[in-house]
Write a protein that binds this ligand. Structure first.
Ligand code: GAR
Length: 213
């Protein structure tokens, strides 16, 4: 295991937990939260992972918070920085510092529904397929080269909560897969800034929603 990662969280930490339980081919050097009461910190500690808190409230602006955060991250010398429900908008300087090494998971099929309240907005629009995305972070919020996505059907009686639960289940499957590919050097960015998976057969099935008769 010659690669290492640092995971950033802000709350519940279920994606972080999914990563910790996935026997990744890398060392999880630390879990860092911007909130001292994030439930995910206890989960990380129960897995024996070092934790740290860098509170955004201790800093007057985004630049000083991001500088402090980067200082703590760099102390662990990670290869990749993994955002797992980290709910702070990061400055361009921070994003550029970790160019090609900063990964995020977002609860929608990007580029649709960047930002907040993704499930409510998908339901409001009446889309029949929704999902989640793992992508490289670029200074453009919720954009950046896509590594993997999972699609789920939107069911007619869905509420934001039931839809969120179905999407989260897939988040917990695709995030470990993406990190595994990264740590095994199986991911490359082509000259157009798109993700290419090395040595991978392309197979897949259509998700049709509602299903055909
Ligand atoms: C997840 O659904 C994640 O995709 C989302 O926050 C949730 C965190 O849950 N992230 C974003 O919305 C980032 N824009 P978790 O703390 O249980 O992993």
């Amino acid at each position: 295991m010659n690669k290492s990662i640092v995971i950033l969280i802000s709350g519940r930490g279920s994606n972080m937990e999914a990563l910790l339980k996935s026997r990744l081919p890398c060392r999880v050097a630390a879990v860092i939260s911007n909130k001292a009461d994030a439930e995910g910190l206890n989960i990380a500690q129960s897995h024996g992972i070092p934790t740290a808190v860098v509170s955004h409230r201790d800093h007057p602006d985004r630049v000083s918070f991001d500088t402090a955060l980067a200082g703590v991250i760099d102390g662990f010398r990670p290869d990749f920085v993994i955002l797992a429900g980290f709910m702070r908008i990061l400055t361009e300087g921070f994003v550029n510092r970790y160019k090609g090494r900063l990964i995020n998971i977002h609860p929608s099929l990007l580029p649709a529904y960047g930002g907040l309240d993704t499930h409510e907005r998908a339901l409001h629009d009446g889309v029949k397929i929704h999902g989640c995305t793992v992508h490289f972070v670029t200074p453009d919020l919720d954009h950046g080269p896509i590594i993997i996505q999972a699609a789920v059907p939107v069911l007619c009686h869905d509420t934001p909560q039931t839809l969120a639960k179905r999407v989260l289940h897939e988040e917990h499957r695709i995030y470990p897969q993406a990190i595994r590919w990264l740590c095994r050097n199986q991911i490359e960015l082509n000259e157009d800034g798109r993700v290419i998976l090395r040595h991978r057969k392309q197979v897949g099935h259509a998700l049709i929603s509602p299903s055909l008769e």
